[in-house]
Design a protein around this ligand. Structure first.
Ligand SMILES: Nc1ncnc2c1ncn2[C@@H]1O[C@H](COP(=O)(O)OP(=O)(O)OP(=O)(O)O)[C@@H](O)[C@H]1O
Length: 521
């Protein structure tokens, strides 16, 4: 136990709030130790979750949250400690069905098989059989329909699962968990890929299910969501439990302080403009269009300027940014990077013209998980490694060591595979790669998604530093914190740039523009 540890037992729920009366905890983990080689991911950690709670688990990247989830879902056996469900010992690890009846986790990465229908996904490996032991597909569809309507999930059971939106996919995964009998569901960063309206729908659904007796463990780096949806919060720091208390007893500052172990400092929100008008713009986009995804998009980013590209999930902001760096091709218009016009739809051409980028999905486009930090960080700069394409290991390691230091990547060394790093440190590797070739233009797409408060500050500080050295920066995001340091923010709505917001904006101006609301109307 750490010295600073305190536990505040949540006040009993008022009798008239419709929640189940307190019984034994839905789940309780005590004295959990989990080591991965030399890393102690959990060091005597504990958590107690009571029936009907929506319980938040917060902590910086690497605090041990995901490791706890893998212990609570029976994916990893703890080296020490015990887990109980409803007061009874956890099942043996091999008894997967018994675990499924107690707990399910909806991960950020889908566990749904896209090529199967929704119904097939719901009843995978437990198809009802007709006579002759043949799978009864009518039975599968009917049961899927019943299940989806019981839990009010408005999805066609015959639709291919690959066609579902992130939101629908999460609802299907929740329904699947409930169908196994689990009434305890872990949501691991469920809002990371949802827009504002979808988040509200998810929260409504969580409240409905909570009224029906479902208990949730909610993991999020967005503290405002913890305040909105959770009753109790547990903070982990450095592999240990720090505090558990009703959310209402914590101010945001106290919560951040518990997570970081230090008093919170406000980010400086305005930067002196360092736009260099004498140099060619870092980026000039002219009349860019792509079918019905976005149309007629024109703007420039000056050298040393930071421009935000904001908008809700389907606004087209991500697609425009992806077009700029060659991850997709435009149907019309053109893109110039530092005065050069790279071939549309070619990442190598965009990089050669002077772009560096942090993609939206770091797991798929950002790094190669099994490759080392050094190889990942230097992936885009082979020409710096040695003559005639010869990759010198020594030079690679020196370059990587410089990046590890510059971006404060927490690792025992450059040879560790990136997959072993925490989310915030993985994102720093992606950033290191984006900056490796001193880009004239840096494009960041949702750069702080899944990244904790301190790493977020660090990454955004690096962005500012990069702009101060003369690089133009484009940040495509709907996170207000990502956009605060921008010299201007262009807001997209339904595929078009509808508003340009100059410095000194208020949060509500930006939110209204992203939602397509005119505050002056
Ligand atoms: N399979 C593994 N092999 C080696 N180290 C691991 C493994 N899984 C986790 N770790 C390490 O254990 C520590 C705790 O990581 P964990 O993923 O549980 O943190 P987290 O709080 O979930 O972080 P994040 O917010 O980034 O998801 C980290 O130092 C991480 O690098």
């Amino acid at each position: 136990m750490s010295d600073g540890e305190r536990t505040v037992t949540p006040a009993p729920a008022p009798a008239d709030d419709g929640r189940a009366p307190a019984g034994p905890p839905v789940v309780e983990a005590t004295g959990i130790v989990k080591r991965f080689g030399p890393t102690v991911a959990l060091d005597g950690a504990r958590i107690t979750i009571r029936p009907g709670e929506t319980h938040a688990l917060v902590g910086r990247n690497g605090a041990g949250k995901s490791t706890l989830v893998s212990v609570l879902t029976g994916l990893h056996a703890p080296d020490e400690g015990t887990v109980t469900f409803g007061g009874a010992p956890a099942p043996r690890l091999s008894d997967r069905d018994a675990w499924r009846r107690r707990v399910a986790c909806v991960y950020q990465k889908s566990t749904i098989i896209p090529t199967l229908t929704v119904a097939e996904n719901l009843f995978l490996n437990r198809h009802p059989h007709g006579p002759n032991r043949l799978i009864s597909w009518t039975g599968v569809r009917r049961r899927a329909q019943e299940l989806l309507s019981t839990w009010s999930v408005d999805v066609d059971p015959q639709a291919p699962a690959g066609d579902l939106s992130v939101e629908q996919r999460q609802f299907v995964e929740i329904a699947r968990a409930l169908s196994f009998g689990a009434r305890f569901i872990i949501l691991d960063e469920p809002t990371a890929q949802l827009d504002g309206a979808a988040i509200e729908r998810l929260f409504d659904r969580i409240r409905d299910l909570q009224r029906q007796g479902v208990t949730f463990l909610f993991i999020s780096h967005h503290l405002q969501e913890v305040y909105e949806i959770c009753d109790v919060v547990t903070v982990f720091r450095d592999a240990a439990h720090i505090v558990t208390a009703p959310v209402a007893q914590f101010s945001r500052t106290e919560l951040v302080a518990a997570m970081t172990g230090e008093a919170a400092a406000d980010r400086q929100q305005e930067r002196p403009s360092s736009v260099d008008h004498a140099t060619a713009p870092a980026l000039a986009v002219h009349a860019l269009g792509s079918g019905d995804v976005y149309a007629d998009v024109s703007f420039q980013v000056g050298a040393g300027e930071i421009v935000g590209l904001a908008g809700a999930a389907a606004s087209g902001r991500t697609e425009v940014a992806e077009t700029v760096v060659g991850l997709r091709a435009a149907a019309t218009g053109d893109v110039q990077i530092a005065g050069r016009r790279p071939r549309s739809g070619s990442v190598p051409a965009a990089l050669a013209a002077g772009a560096g980028f942090v993609p939206q999905d770091r797991h798929h486009q950002g790094f190669v998980p099994d490759m080392s930090i050094a190889d990942n960080a230097t992936l885009s700069v082979p020409k710096r490694l040695g003559k005639n394409g010869f990759l010198s290991r020594g030079r690679r390691d020196r370059l990587a060591a410089g990046m590890i230091e510059k971006l404060a990547i927490k690792t025992p060394g450059p040879d560790l595979p990136v997959s072993a790093l925490s989310g915030g440190n993985q994102q720093k590797v992606v950033m290191a790669r984006a900056l490796a070739d001193d880009p004239r233009l840096l494009v960041l797409i949702s750069p702080t998604a899944g990244v904790d408060v301190r790493s977020k500050e660090f990454l955004l500080g690096k962005v500012e530093e990069t702009a101060d050295s003369g690089t133009g920066v484009l940040i495509a995001s709907d996170e207000i914190d990502d956009l605060r340091m921008c010299d201007r923010v262009l807001v997209m709505f339904q595929g078009r740039v509808t508003t340009e917001i100059a410095r000194g904006w208020h949060d509500h101006d930006l939110v209204a523009a992203m939602e397509g609301v005119d505050l002056n109307a």
